[in-house]
Design a binder for this molecule. Structure first.
Ligand SMILES: NC(=O)c1ccc[n+]([C@@H]2O[C@H](COP(=O)([O-])OP(=O)(O)OC[C@H]3O[C@@H](n4cnc5c(N)ncnc54)[C@H](OP(=O)(O)O)[C@@H]3O)[C@@H](O)[C@H]2O)c1
Length: 272
């Protein structure tokens, strides 16, 4: 199969590697991409497409980009004459997935990725749902990426991704917000002393969350808005994740700061 990955970020490049391992011809589209993406692609020998029109020759496309960009990417693909299977593997709300499906048409397959970039077996799962899910599953046969085929619902995979990340990234934002609040109220030491007695994992956990999320917070902010919208469409309050989106937005300038400390992250949250 000829499959294009749009656009190979830290997760997308491992999806491209899994497709290549499974004997597909893998492509990427070099349209306004940064030096970081070009460097990532150089680590993997995949084919470059120079224009959107060339997407028309592909059997499949995988969209793995910031959630905010999922609809715009789908619109570009729709205008390109592509008529193969389109896997959207982004962290998007089921309603966003429905809009992407409307843009793409019947070739849409819903996806959601859980786990770190897929380099080691057993770490990373791609959830798939929709009528063509089994065909897409076969693209990854034998690779490190574990594929979980759900049902034929057009947005079940996105829904499970939203529920999962609502906890992992939502709790991360909450813990960082609490650390910022303790600093603002001049009770950091007292809070840490109390945590050490009654919540002994939280001091170390807040350090780990700060380090793990600082460079990706710009992208998490959009994901939190998608989760908020998912809660609201389910008749539940979206405010938890609206607040989480704001915490990550305040951290977004840390995207290119090497190894920021928890103290730097707290300052960003308080100063924005
Ligand atoms: N990384 C993870 O651990 C992880 C885990 C689970 C799910 N995911 C999902 O995978 C998706 C991508 O994550 P990632 O880690 O690969 O992100 P990433 O490392 O930040 O890469 C994002 C890629 O998308 C491109 N991009 C940036 N802005 C864009 C835009 N406006 N339109 C189209 N493409 C754009 C970037 O290209 P340039 O930088 O060249 O502009 C880059 O190649 C997200 O939906 C995320 O939720 C990631």
């Amino acid at each position: 199969m000829k499959i294009a990955v749009l656009n190979p970020g830290s997760m997308g490049i491992t999806i491209a590697a899994a497709l290549k391992f499974a004997q597909n011809d893998v492509y990427w589209l070099n349209k306004s991409r940064s030096p970081a993406t070009i460097d990532r692609v150089r680590t993997l020998d995949i084919h470059e497409l120079g224009s959107l029109n060339q997407l028309g020759n592909m059997d499949g496309i995988v969209s793995v980009c910031p959630p905010d960009a999922a609809e715009a990417v789908a619109k570009q693909v729709s205008a390109s004459g592509f008529n193969g299977l389109y896997l959207d593997a982004n962290a998007i709300a089921p309603d966003t997935a429905t809009r992407v499906a409307q843009i793409i048409g019947t070739a849409y397959v819903d996806g959601g990725i859980i786990g770190p970039p897929a380099r080691t077996p057993g770490t990373t799962r791609l959830y798939l749902s929709g009528a063509n899910r089994v065909q897409v599953q076969s693209w990854f046969k034998g690779s490190v990426l574990e594929v979980v085929c759900m049902d034929d619902s057009p947005n079940a995979a996105s829904s499970v991704k939203m529920c999962y990340a609502a906890y992992t990234k939502g709790i991360g934002a909450l813990i960082l917000a609490i650390r910022a609040l303790a600093k603002e109220k001049n009770v950091e030491e007292a809070l840490l002393n109390e945590w050490n007695i009654s919540q002994p994992d939280l001091p170390g956990r807040s350090e780990m969350i700060a380090k793990g999320s600082a460079a990706k917070a710009w992208r998490f902010s959009g994901e939190m808005r998608e989760i908020s919208q998912t809660f609201e469409s389910g008749g539940l309050p979206g405010g938890f994740h609206q607040a989480a989106a704001e915490i990550y937005r305040r951290m977004s300038d840390l995207k290119d700061v090497p190894d920021p400390s928890l103290a730097q992250v707290i300052d960003e949250i308080l100063c924005a």
